[in-house]
Design a protein. Structure first.
Length: 94
């Protein structure tokens, strides 16, 4: 895979992880304890991150990335990384 495509996929994965974390926090009981201004800003941050993620996903789809497993994905297993090891994630992108 071309280097810019690897970077694009990696960026999308990182953003998805951050977006998932923010969504969990927004749904938590602790979120309601934040000042209203901070809650409003976090909602705006979520909307911006979601929009950015959607654009990255469209670019990935448009470039035809993800239709074929990489060597690393075949070797390591597409979803297998129970420890969240970044080396395993990097290997999957090979």
């Amino acid at each position: 895979m071309e280097p810019f495509k690897v970077c694009l996929v990696h960026e999308e994965k990182q953003l998805r992880t951050k977006l998932d974390g923010l969504e969990k926090f927004l749904a938590s009981k602790g979120f309601s304890k934040f000042p209203e201004v901070q809650r409003d800003l976090l909602f705006k941050q979520h909307a911006a991150m979601k929009n950015y993620h959607d654009i990255l996903s469209l670019r990935i789809t448009n470039l035809g990335i993800g239709t074929e497993l990489t060597f690393g994905q075949k070797a390591a297993g597409v979803g297998f990384n129970p420890g969240g090891n970044p080396v395993v994630e990097f290997t999957k992108d090979l």
